[in-house]
Design a protein around this ligand. Structure first.
Ligand code: ADP
Length: 504
């Protein structure tokens, strides 16, 4: 039993991968395939659902063949969230392309809803924890029903199935037996009542989505569905959306534990306990997991520009040759020399929500060098994270510690600066595949290999390095003030109505 493996399918935005984990959290084998990105118009992003299905199966079979299919105890699934797939229940084939989370085609629709009924967003937020934004699935479903006749016809004939990526994959892997979604993915649709973890009839009516086409909402672990891999029956016993899976894979299992993933952008998730949190600072409230019918909740914030600021220093300014060079350069100067860099290259995300904001480098003097600018770009990560942590605190979630992952955290200087900026311990895990790890833990719990998530974490998750704050409170506040003054310069340039909206 102990040598049985947990096979994870990680259906991401740019690639689909399968990873086999041992029960002590080691990666035994993996396979991946790049996913084709379709950009049919400006701001539109689509995936071919058939390709997601075929590549996912190919990756699962490749890893199963490598490790021996008889060694696989169960399958866990994690996925890009919010992306919507449309398929025909009678043929099993996609009816249209999947509309991807990044797709902004429903921006006007969302603006129209808000303009038509000013109190609507607050009502929707109270029910779902989300905002009226094109990011979320229901707006994409509405668009498809209005604009794609294949989807509209199937809805009229009762043949339509609609669901997020895990739902489409489970339907296929189960041979059309299971049309389900887990509560974390469902909590990203704008259709689920966050407290009840059930589809909400008022929201379903608002977005005009046929309820019969939606999957059933289930727990994140348990005997969820069955599949056959290389001729052998294997249960699917764990499912969660990618950010939630990463938080689980980082063992953020109690209130106040935070994980942040520093890649192109940064996604922060804070465990908020057993009651749905209400954000007054435009953070998103979401389901962290649901087990045995009981949900745990999280608050989530996104920073649009994290690693892409370092990429810009490399490719835009040309002042570093590689992203990794940023570490030695930041270290080469004793401080930022008064230079601040607010990397609002693609607007400011939470908690500012100023999509039209643009970046600023300020505090330059004759003595400023590229090292100061690079250091300021790295320091911006700590400060942007501190902005989110402050917003969390204002929403009642006090940060106990931060666990980090993503491409940027290979930079030790950055991790130390995060600890200094937050005044909290920062931990980097041994296995950095935290998203897949979380799905493996859920699958292990669902298959009965572990009694609960803490037991799965104890067996599978280990910290590699801990960074302890090394500056005092006075130095920390001085840095915060310097940053806040720079952010004020950025916000002063933003259209007043956007500022107003950001404060609502
Ligand atoms: P994504 O999953 O969003 O594609 P990754 O997690 O692979 O991103 O992280 C890549 C990002 O991390 C890039 O933007 C890159 O500039 C940045 N990065 C990689 N290594 C370092 C480093 N040593 N220091 C700072 N930034 C880095």
């Amino acid at each position: 039993m102990k040598d049985q493996l947990l096979l994870v399918l990680d259906a991401g935005t740019t690639s689909t991968r399968a990873i086999a984990f041992s029960q002590d959290g080691e990666i035994v084998a993996s396979a991946g395939r790049a996913l084709t990105q379709h950009y049919p118009a400006s701001g539109w992003v689509e995936h071919d659902a058939g390709e997601i299905r075929d590549l996912s199966r190919a990756c699962l079979e490749e890893v199963a063949a490598q490790v021996g299919v008889q060694r696989i105890a169960a399958i866990g699934i994690t996925n890009q969230r919010e992306t919507v797939c449309f398929w025909d229940l009678t043929t099993g084939e996609p009816l249209a392309r999947a509309i991807v989370w990044q797709d902004r085609r429903t921006a006007d629709y969302c603006a129209g809803l808000k303009a038509h009924e000013p109190g609507l967003e607050a009502r929707v937020q109270a029910k779902t924890g989300l905002l009226l934004d094109p990011y979320f699935s229901a707006t994409k479903m509405r668009w498809a029903l209005d604009n794609w006749p294949t989807v509209a016809d199937a809805a009229r004939d009762g043949r339509l199935a609609v669901g997020t990526v895990e739902s489409w994959l489970i339907w296929n892997l189960s041979g059309g037996q299971a049309h389900i979604t887990d509560a974390t993915n469902a909590s990203r649709t704008l259709l689920m009542d966050l407290a009840a973890c059930q589809w909400d009839d008022e929201l379903i009516a608002l977005f005009g989505v046929p309820k019969a086409a939606l999957p059933r909402i289930v727990d994140c672990a348990g005997a969820l569905a069955n599949t056959a891999l290389l001729g052998r029956r294997i249960p699917i016993t764990g499912v969660a959306g990618d950010q939630q899976a990463a938080a689980i894979g980082q063992a953020c299992l109690s209130a106040g534990m935070l994980k942040a993933t520093y890649g192109t952008g940064c996604f922060l998730l804070a465990h908020a306990g057993a009651v749905p949190p209400v954000s007054r600072n435009r953070l998103l409230a979401t389901v962290a997991w649901r087990l045995d019918g009981a949900a745990a909740y999280a608050l989530e914030g996104a920073i649009f520009v994290a690693g892409s600021a370092i990429q810009w220093l490399r490719d835009g300014l040309g002042i570093i040759a590689s992203s990794a060079d940023s570490e030695a350069l930041a270290q080469s100067v004793p401080d930022n020399g008064g230079v601040s860099f607010v990397p609002a290259l693609a607007g400011l995300g939470a908690p500012y929500w100023a999509p039209d904001a643009r970046g600023v480098i300020c505090g330059l003097s004759g003595g400023s060098t590229r090292a100061h600018i690079v250091r300021a770009a790295l320091e911006a990560q700590g400060q942007q994270t501190a902005d989110l942590v402050d917003a969390l605190a204002a929403d009642g979630v006090a940060a106990a510690m931060l666990r980090v992952d993503g491409g940027m955290v290979a930079n030790d200087w950055l991790c130390q600066d995060l600890a200094d900026s937050l005044g909290a311990v920062v931990e980097r895990p041994r296995v950095i595949e935290t998203t897949a790890m979380g799905a493996a833990m859920l699958a292990g719990v669902g298959a009965g290999l572990f009694p609960d998530l803490p037991a799965a974490a104890a067996a599978m998750v280990a910290a590699d390095v801990r960074f302890h704050p090394a500056i005092d409170g006075v130095a920390r506040s001085a840095r915060r003030s310097q940053w806040q003054a720079a952010v004020a310069k950025v916000l002063a340039e933003v259209k007043p109505e956007l500022n107003l909206e950001a404060k609502l």
